[in-house]
Design a protein around this ligand. Structure first.
Ligand SMILES: Cc1ncc(C[n+]2csc(CCOP(=O)(O)OP(=O)(O)O)c2C)c(N)n1
Length: 589
């Protein structure tokens, strides 16, 4: 009998079981807490869809990829989680680009998963490849607006790249990340434990005690301080801390468009929005402040009256302290005395704590001035708020909506009167309930983003307040709402025009060429309510001002996708601030 030494026996290495990558990926996404993906199919992504359909993650299928991206954006804003988008290659990826860029400019965490051509055909121009400058080049299209674009060239890189994508989308200043996946990699075999790394937990950056006390001193000793809050305060869920700080030092608060809702509407220190569509009071107090603490804001053009010192900010002589998560924002538009790179919540909590019980300069009749300034501005549209005029005044639409919508309902706007009017005139009392496209100001955002908002918060009404131009850009949002059972409400403010631009052209050039909806020289009024009904949703056409309140009430109660079409006068939103473009236009005749 021959004996064989143990060491000589060839070791049988157990083969790690392998599985199809798409299944491992959907299981990984489940582990990361992804509950929904918004997207549209194509031959490059059905391998992934097969796995997705068998997972716990829901798929909200849209008829246009821009809708999917805006819906994922709305979902991210209302849930605080990452919005996930799925697109086909080429035209699917380019269709989604507007929605992804919109999310990028509003700092919304998003991961876009795009299919691509088979990796072994790079450069040979397989069906729908974008390769005019480089093989398999479509992912580069997203470079200017994504935090990072990945094209996965080897299946083994999938786990690492997806971990990086979710990490980057959420950390620091949030934003979109693209993961471009050649379609063969969705069918690759990977070891069952390949997706073994989840994104690290990140401790957010706070503010040191010495800096906190320096800022509190500056605000406390200032004669006319202002706190200027941006969307970063809301995305950091830091509104309570902001109010604590304002209360402790009795500092009035102005805000940006995205900052609306940062302080309760009835708070005596709240002044309102600054800038072109702002409030005179907010502009005046910002312009004459001796110290401004700006937090979570880009100090961007519209809210800064094109940075013209005669209107909103005069920095210097005003001293600016600026807190932001992104160092690139600090010192960009104004000379800054002190910049602090920090998370808004941690920073405001530290400041509020340091300010507790701190003596501050006498603020005189500040509260009365604020109450008077707000009252006087409101008086400009008090009559319109109750006007029975038909077509309706836009202000009447706002007043009916505010009466009927519960305070915690989401109001999702598009661009146009809806955005500017709500930001200026509509009371928001629950933080985070005003959702609007700011950085890219994308027409088409509101009707689609509301879908994701409703998905994230199914028990609260989600109401899109949009123009007829913005709504008719993509009425297939109704199909998505029906198919995915998302009972949202669209209130279409119908002025038969791209009204805001029509008004601007009228003001400068005396006509609205190219901006109104016409057919054979007559106003072209589409029946959007009928379109909604044809998709199987409810649709109401408002025939008098008194009809609107009951229609909104019915829509909220019915819990069905509902479109309410409201004929409206094309009246401009008041513009107490300044926008430089108005100095550019010149007539040539
Ligand atoms: C995708 C896109 N295209 C064009 C614009 C320029 N724009 C800004 S407001 C506006 C008009 C919007 O019209 P509507 O939705 O009817 O609202 P209204 O201005 O009438 O209130 C347009 C075209 C834009 N912001 N986004």
């Amino acid at each position: 009998m021959t004996t064989v030494a143990k060491s000589a026996i060839p070791r049988v290495v157990p083969q790690a079981a392998t599985r199809i990558s798409s299944y491992l990926l959907t299981e990984y996404l489940e582990r990361l807490g992804v509950e929904v993906i918004f997207g549209l199919c194509g031959h490059t992504v059905i391998g992934f869809l097969d796995a997705l359909g068998k997972s716990k993650i829901r798929f909200v299928s849209t008829r246009h990829e821009q809708i999917a991206a805006h819906a994922a954006d709305g979902y991210a804003r209302a849930s605080g989680k990452v919005g996930v988008v799925l697109t086909h290659l080429g035209p699917g990826l380019t269709n989604a680009a507007t929605g992804v860029a919109n999310a990028a400019l509003d700092s919304i965490p998003m991961v876009v998963i795009a299919g691509d051509i088979p990796s072994y055909f790079y450069g040979r121009h397989p069906h729908q490849e974008v390769n005019l400058h480089q093989d398999a080049d479509q992912f580069q299209i997203y470079r200017p607006f994504c935090k990072r674009v990945y094209r996965i060239d080897h299946a083994e890189d999938m786990p690492r790249v997806f971990e990086r994508a979710f990490h980057l989308a959420q950390s620091g200043r949030p934003g979109p990340v693209l993961v471009d996946v050649p379609m063969d990699l969705f069918s690759a075999e990977l070891s069952s434990d390949a997706f073994n790394q989840t994104p690290p937990e990140i401790a957010k950056q706070g503010i040191d005690p010495a800096t906190a006390s320096r800022i509190v001193d500056a605000l406390a000793n200032a004669k006319r301080p202002v706190i200027y809050a941006g969307g970063g305060v809301l995305s950091a869920r830091a509104t309570a801390e902001l109010t604590d700080l304002a209360d402790a030092l009795e500092v009035p608060v102005a805000h940006t468009l995205m900052g609306k809702g940062c302080v309760h509407e009835d708070h005596p220190l709240l002044m309102g929005q600054s800038g072109f569509w702002g409030l005179p009071l907010a502009n005046e107090k910002c312009r004459t402040a001796d110290v401004i603490l700006a937090i979570g804001t880009r100090l961007a053009e519209a809210n800064s009256s094109s940075w013209d010192p005669r209107f909103t900010f005069a920095i210097p002589p005003t001293r600016l302290i600026h807190i932001d998560i992104d160092p690139a924002e600090i010192g960009r538009n104004y000379p800054t005395e002190l910049g602090v790179v920090a998370d808004a919540k941690l920073a405001l909590a530290a400041l509020a704590e340091a300010a507790k019980g701190r003596r501050h300069a006498d603020r005189g009749r500040l509260r009365e001035e604020i109450a008077k300034g707000r009252r006087e501005f409101r008086a400009n549209w008090a009559d319109q708020w109750t006007s029975d005029q038909y077509p309706l005044r836009p202000e009447r639409i706002l007043s009916e909506l505010r009466k009927e919508a519960p305070e915690d309902a989401f109001i999702v706007t598009d661009v146009g009167w809806n955005k500017n009017g709500v930001a200026q005139q509509f009371p928001i009392t629950v933080p985070g309930t005003f959702i609007t496209p700011s950085g890219l100001a994308t027409m088409g955002f509101g009707p689609a983003a509301v879908l994701g908002v409703k998905y994230a918060q199914p028990d609260r009404p989600a109401i899109a307040l949009v123009g007829d131009g913005g709504f008719s850009a993509n009425p297939s949002v109704i199909a998505a709402a029906m198919e995915s059972d998302l009972p949202v409400i669209w209130i279409v403010m119908d002025n038969t025009a791209f009204g805001t631009i029509a008004g601007l052209e009228e003001m400068h050039y005396g006509w609205s060429f190219g901006c109104t909806f016409e057919c054979n020289g007559k106003p072209y009024v589409a029946d959007y309510a009928a379109i909604a009904r044809s998709f199987g949703a409810d649709g109401h056409f408002i025939k008098s001002a008194g009809d609107l309140g009951p229609a909104i009430r019915t829509a909220i109660k019915s819990n069905r996708p509902t479109l309410i079409q409201v004929p409206m006068e094309n009246a401009p939103t008041p513009t107490p601030g300044h926008w430089d473009i108005n100095d550019i236009y010149r007539r040539g005749d």
